[in-house]
Design a protein around this ligand. Structure first.
Ligand SMILES: [Zn+2]
Length: 64
């Protein structure tokens, strides 16, 4: 058994923010269903990231 799990787990944030290659994203998507830690982190990130982009868009609107 080789220890290749950690690099994939580390991709979670990069994939969420789009800061990764297509290959990395595919590798992570394949890894996600089998890794409970990543699934939990992925859910957290989706909530946090969704909230962040919504806040950013709202506060970035021009004030009229
Ligand atoms: Zn993982």
């Amino acid at each position: 058994m080789h220890d290749k799990q950690k690099p994939l787990c580390d991709l979670c944030l990069s994939v969420m923010t789009g800061d990764c290659s297509d290959e990395e994203r595919l590798a992570f998507e394949r890894h996600l269903p089998g890794c409970e830690a990543c699934r939990a982190e992925w859910n957290d990130l989706q909530l946090a990231w969704g909230r962040f982009t919504r806040t950013w868009r709202t506060s970035n609107r021009p004030r009229i």
